[in-house]
Design a protein around this ligand. Structure first.
Ligand code: TYM
Length: 336
């Protein structure tokens, strides 16, 4: 039986943080043996808000190296850069022309990000979910492992598939395949260290709000020492009045690899002074092998380039086939 296909990606804007890792990449790694996987660094998405041209290329390499350092195995997975496969931009254009405008203005993430951009909000930011749909659909992906915040974009992708298939496919011969989101119960929404009601995010102006995968042990220690807590003694999961407590226990559970029951039992009578060193130790110990591997890979630049070259080749072949299929369905003639 052929394996189901997985596609996912991360934007190369700054550093990856524990939200990206625990919400997405960790799940890619754990599930990769089961699927045929494509993981891209979505650098076209990275320019939908103002970006730094001087660091775009190096950030892209950093993310690709972190995929490998986190455990993505090339025996099961293909790693590539979105802008290296031009079919992404081309399919996005075709999908644009069948996507109603109000589907995009309704997207939560657009509304949140647009507020921050004010008058400078770009068409690209509005169109971002259509490009994401193109990323997924080009590979006929069955599953898309992401954090909770991307769920609405995958629902939109499914709506676009239905619309395109309805307009241009035949009932027994759909043009595109409908993907399913793959969202884990734990870690799908990691919260900020400075406000347990806000998502941990790369765009938070304060670096104290997140733990980055490449933070040094001293920095991790300091961030956890200063993170927001509450005055209650005894730590519990799931109390809606204690969002920081739930988030920090979840981080501890996922980083230490302990079960929820064990963590609940271990921490039920603890105060923060006792808990914080435990979380610090678990975070540092979990990230050390990832950081060591990352530095090893970055010291061997030729290697990463060859990984991305191979990835581009494999991805392009599949993506171009799908693009041709869509163009034919829309009535285009293909170059002979
Ligand atoms: P991005 O780059 O914002 O985030 C990458 C992945 O990390 C997850 N994530 C989180 N998970 C848990 N808690 C958090 N605080 C947290 N913050 C981020 C995101 O859900 C995501 O899975 N549009 C996407 C990138 C993208 C994509 C795609 C993903 C483009 N094309 C195709 C899947 C398939 C994004 O901006 O993710």
């Amino acid at each position: 039986m052929t394996k189901q296909r997985v596609l996912s990606g991360v934007q190369p804007t700054g550093n990856l943080h524990l939200g990206n890792y625990l919400g997405a990449i960790r799940n890619w790694v754990e599930g990769q043996h089961q699927y045929d996987n494509f993981f891209c660094v979505v650098d076209l998405h990275a320019i939908t808000v103002p970006h730094h041209p001087a660091t775009l290329a190096s950030d892209t390499y950093t993310i690709a190296a972190l995929y490998l350092a986190c455990g993505i195995d090339l025996a099961y997975s293909t790693i590539f850069v979105q802008s290296h496969v031009s079919a992404h931009a081309e399919l996005a254009w075709l999908l644009n022309c069948i996507t109603p405008l109000n589907w995009l203005t309704d997207m939560i993430q657009f509304k949140e990000k647009a507020v921050k951009q004010g008058e400078n909000v770009s068409v690209g930011l509005l169109d971002y979910p259509v490009l994401m749909a193109a990323d997924i659909l080009l590979y006929d992906a069955d599953k898309v492992p992401v954090g909770e915040d991307q769920k609405q974009h995958i629902e939109l992708t499914r709506d676009i598939v239905n619309r395109l298939n309805h307009q241009y496919g035949k009932p027994d011969q759909p043009v595109l395949k409908s993907p399913q989101p793959l969202i884990r119960a734990d870690g799908a929404r990691i919260m900020s260290l400075t406000d347990g009601t806000k998502k941990m995010s790369k765009s938070d102006p304060s670096d104290m709000s997140r733990i980055n995968l490449l933070d040094s042990p001293e920095v991790i220690q300091n961030k956890i020492k200063k993170c927001k807590t509450d005055p209650v003694r005894g730590l519990v999961f799931g109390d809606p009045d204690r969002p920081e407590c739930n988030n920090l226990l979840t981080l501890y559970m996922l980083l230490s690899g302990k079960s929820k029951e064990d963590v609940a039992e271990e921490c039920k009578d603890m105060g923060w002074g006792q808990f914080k060193p435990l979380l610090t130790e678990a975070a540092i110990a979990h990230l050390k092998p990832i950081q060591d591997k990352y530095h090893e890979i970055m010291n061997e630049k030729g290697y990463l380039e060859s990984v991305l070259r191979d990835g581009r080749e494999k991805a392009s072949e599949i993506a171009n086939e799908t693009l041709c299929r869509v163009k034919l369905a829309l009535g285009y003639s293909l170059p002979t």
